[in-house]
Structure formats: structure tokens, C-alpha cells
Ligand binder design. Sequence first.
Ligand code: ATP
Ligand code: F1X
Length: 305
Amino acid sequence: MIYTVTLNPSIDYHIWLDAWREGEIQQAKKERKVAGGKGINVSKVLGILGMESRALGFAGGFTGAFIRQELEQEGIVHQFIQLEQESRINLKIKAQSETDISGVPPHIPPEALAALSRQLDQLTADDVLVLAGSLPPGVPEHFYQSILKRLGPRGVRVFLDASGKALADSLPERPFLIKPNHHELGELYGVAISTPQEAIIYGKKAWEAGARHVIVSMAGQGAVLVSDHGVYTADIPRQAPVNSIGAGDSVVAGFLYALLQGQEIEEAFRFAIATGSATALSEGFCTREKIGELIPRITITKVEG
Ligand SMILES: Nc1ncnc2c1ncn2[C@@H]1O[C@H](COP(=O)(O)OP(=O)(O)OP(=O)(O)O)[C@@H](O)[C@H]1O
Ligand SMILES: O=P(O)(O)OC[C@@]1(O)O[C@H](CO)[C@@H](O)[C@@H]1O
């Protein structure tokens, strides 16, 4: 079974404005409220691809009830630990450019954390675990690292989408995949990364530090993959994004799906980037049709190894 963990899920409240004007009362043109958070998004995209997963994490209040209900409507099995405090609401404002405002997260009490750890302790070598997104208050910064330490030796493959210290500390525990974007990878090494060549240099450092596959996503510039099988770049068709929320999560889901389908690394990377781009070029998430359209338009080049 694939398990996705979203410690800090949200209602993503997308709102479209003609233009962002500070200090004024404005009327939205359109709005959309969806269950969000990186692990949840991975479960949603796996669902679109026809692959079952189970969503874990914490959820509370009316926002938590909304999140659970939406997952049920989409046929995604979930086992969220109930919180007394409300899950957050993240605002995604689409005007001349996109602005994200993340709501205040709930505090996670120690007993909720212990309940999640007990769930994760049931996993075996047949399972894949996706740990994705920010850590709400109450969750120690080394939480992802400690999960990797416990489950890695048991053969559980862990896909990790984290940033900052949570990512840095996890690298020696050999996560199967990490997927920083170029800003997050740059932050890890105290540099600014703006080209695929620079992403390769620092992607290799993360691989040397322990991550077995490093996908550095670079929004409209495509992505880089550093792995035991070599170093690859993915060039994508240049187009203005329709929605970039969840594009990175779609890359994670696409890579996981393709590998479990038995695809070789190069084809799995192509599929992952096609899935990310299909989401970036759609209003909601990708569709299988859009992914199929994009696959032949993605150029994968083996640059080393
Ligand atoms: N303008 C675009 N055109 C085509 N594909 C895009 C565009 N923007 C993003 N993508 C696709 O989405 C992938 C992930 O994008 P990005 O690097 O923005 O991820 P991210 O920052 O993790 O996103 P998020 O956190 O919002 O999910 C890219 O590797 C690319 O395949
Ligand atoms: O604050 P985090 O946990 O890092 O990211 C949360 C979030 O921005 O990520 C998803 C897109 O990747 C959204 O659904 C959600 O609102």
C-alpha cells in the first residue's frame, strides 16, 4: 500500500481577482475550495492515475471535516488523527501574479503525534510512504528524520518532499526520493540556483549526502534528476502556467506511479515531469489525457553516468 502523510493539511481557498489592489474592497470573479496539503495532493494525483493510496496525518475542526469529506467523495481512504484545533486555510490569490497566504496551523499535542507514530509502525517492506509538506507546531523538526530512521531499515521506501532543516537532517537516512524545487535546494546550501547546471551541482551534493533520487523541479524550466542511474535533465514545452499549485506534488505522484508500474528510471522521470506540467497547465490537477499529450513533448537528456 502507498501511504501519504500530510501533517499540516489545509483547505486551499483559491480566489480569482481582476487585479490585486492593496487596501481596497474587491469582488472575486471566481473561487474554489479544495482539500490541500502536499501529501493529500499526491493521493489525489495517484487517484487520477488509478492508483490507490491511504492518506494519513492530522485534521481538526470544520476545516478538518471538510478535508475528510472531500477525500471520501474522491474515493481516497483516509485515517487522519482527530485534532481539537482546526486545520488551517491557505489562501491562493490569482491576479496579475499568484500570491499564497498560509493560515495559522493547529498545535499538534504529543498524544496525536504518538498515535501517528503507531500507525506508521505498522508499515512493512511492501509499503511506500510519502512524507510531504510543512511541520505544524508541536511536531519536532527531526520528525521526518526519525520516521526514516525507523522505517528505512525495514525496507519501506520513503518519498520525502520537505524543505529546510527537516530535509537537511533526513538526507543521511537515505530517503528514496527527495523533490526540492530549485529555491528549496538553494536554501539548503545557502546559494541561489537559477539554471539546470547549478541544480545538477547541488542536486549531486544532496545525492552524496544520502538521497537515492533527487528531482530538482524548476517550474517552467523543467527539472533535473540525480540518481544512482546517472544525471538527467528534462526540457518541457515553454508555456505560461495556468495553475502552479500542486505541480510539484504531481511530479512526486507521477514518479511513484511510473516506478511502481515497472518503468525504467528515464521513462519514470519523463512521466513525472509530464504529470507536473499537466497540472501546471490545467486549472485543477492533471488528467491522464493531458499527461499523454505532454509525454512526447518532454525531452530527457542523460548528461552524466
Ligand atoms: N510554466 C510551466 N510550464 C510547464 N510545466 C510547468 C510550469 N511550471 C511548473 N511546471 C511543471 O511542474 C513541475 C513542478 O513545478 P515547481 O518547480 O513549480 O514545483 P513546486 O515549487 O514544488 O510546486 P508546488 O509546491 O506548488 O507544488 C515542473 O518540474 C514542471 O514539470
Ligand atoms: O505549507 P506547506 O505544507 O509546505 O504547503 C502547503 C501547500 O501550499 O502545498 C500544497 C501545494 O503543493 C497546497 O495544497 C498547500 O496549500
